[in-house]
Design a protein around this ligand. Sequence first.
Ligand code: GDP
Ligand code: IMO
Ligand code: MG
Length: 458
Amino acid sequence: MSHTWSAKDHKNTSQPATGGQAQKRPRNDVGNKATVVLGAQWGDEGKGKVVDLLATEADVVCRCQGGNNAGHTVVVDGKEYDFHLLPSGIINTKSISLIGNGVVIHLPGLFEEGDKNDKKGLKGWDKRLIVSDRAHIVFDFHQVVDGLQETERQAQDGKNIGTTKKGIGPAYSSKASRTGLRVCDLLGDFKDFSTRFKNLVHQYQSMYPALTVDVEDQLKKLKEYAERLRPMVRDGVYYMYEALHGAPKKILVEGANAALLDIDFGTYPFVTSSNCTVGGVCTGLGIPPLNIGDVYGVAKAYTTRVGIGAFPTEQLNAVGELLQTRGHEVGVTTGRKRRCGWLDLVIVRYAHMINGFTAIALTKLDILDVLDEIKVGVAYKLNGKRIPHFPANMDVLHKVEVEYETFPGWKTDTSAARKWNDLPAKAQNYIRFIENHIGVPIKWVGVGKSRECMIQMF
Ligand code: GDP
Ligand code: IMO
Ligand code: MG
C-alpha cells in the first residue's frame, strides 16, 4: 500500500486486515484543529488585535510560550487594553483562556495584570482562566538576575540585549537546567517546594554574589499566590486533549514575541528565550502537529524592532522618525521607543519558510498614508551578489546590502476604508506586491487600532 500524507487519510483507519480475516482497527480521528496567530517580524505586529478579531468566535484562546515580556494591545469600543500574560481572548466572556506549559509565569505580574483589567471593567477574568500545572514559574529573583546579566553583558561586550527585564531568559535557563520550579510544584508539598526554592536561590547566588533574596518573605508571598492560583490550575495536556477531541470547538493560539526573536531561528543572540514559531505551539500546549490548522502570520506594513540587534531595513532618518511618531511605536511592556524601517520581505519570507503561513494579516497600512514613496526590501546582497537564505551570523547580517523596490505613496487617508475597494489603487498595488512576493495570501489589512479597522479580503 502506498503511503499517504493528508490529514484526511488519518481520519478513519478502520479497515480490514490483509490476509482475508476482517479485523477492527482503532479509529484515529484527528479531532479539532487549532488556529494559530504568530508574529512574522520582530514583535509588536498587532497579534493582539488579530487574536481579538478571531477570539469573538473562539471557545478556547491559548498562550503557548513567552511570558510577560509580551505586550499585546486590544482596542474595543474605544477602550484600550494591554495584555502581557493573559491571552488577549480573555476579553471574550464566552471563551476560556489557557496559559500552556510552554509559558513562564511571574505570579505577581499575572495577578497585577488581572486586577488592573478588573478595574477597567474586565470582570470574572479569573473564572475564565486556566493555567497548566506544567508551566514554569518566573520568580522575582529571575527578574533581578535578568538585570544583572544585562549589566554584565554591557560591561563585557560593550552591549546588552535590551531585554524586557521580566526574567524570561533566567526562567527558561532554570527550566533547561532542570532546576526550575513549576506550578504543580508550588501546589504540591510546600515543604518540598520551599527546599527546592532555597536551592535554586542558592544556585543563583553562587553565580551572582550581589543577588540578595529575602527567602522567607518570598515563600510567604508564594504561598498566598498558590492559593489564589489553585482554582485555575489543570493538567494542561489533558485539558487540551479533551478540547481537541470532544465536541467541535474553536481553539485559537496566540503567539507571543515573533519569528525573528525565536531562540532557534531568530537573530541570535538578540532574541528571546522561547520558540515563537509554530513548533512552540505543539511543545507549549501538547498539541499534536496534525491538530494544527490555519497558521496566520501577522506583519506590519513596515518593520519595527525593540532592543538591540541587526535590522537591515532600519531608517535612521526622517522616514524612521515619521514611522515612529505616526505609528506610536513605543513598547507596550517597557515604554521604549521602537526602532523603525521599511518593510523587509526577506524576513517575512524567512518566517514563512519556518511557519508555513496559510495567510497573512498586514497591519498598520494607514501609517504609510502620508509618504511620497514607499520602499520594500526584497533581497539581501553580500559582496554584490544576492543571497537566497537569511544569514545565521549576526556579523554577516550587519553587512548585507538591501535591495529595494520603490512604490509611489497613495497620499490618501485609508483609516476609514472597510473593504478592498475603499483602498486607493496605489495601496492595492502595494498589498498585491507583498502577497505575491511572500507567496501567501493576505487575508486582513489593518487601517486603524480598533476591531472594525480590519479589512477582510476573503
Ligand atoms: P502585538 O504585540 O503583536 O500584539 O502588538 P502591540 O500591541 O505590541 O503593537 C501593535 C500596536 O499597533 C498597538 O498599539 C495596536 O493598537 C496598533 N495597531 C494594530 N493594528 C493597527 C493598524 O492596523 N493600524 C494602526 N494605526 N494601529 C494598529
Ligand atoms: P510581543 O508579543 C517586541 C525583545 C526584547 C529584547 C529581546 C529579548 O509584544 O510582540 P526578553 O525580555 O524576551 O528576554 O528580551 O526580545 N522582545 C520583544 N520585542 N515585542 C515582544 O513581544 C517582545 N518580546 C521580547 O525587546 O530585544
Ligand atoms: Mg507587543
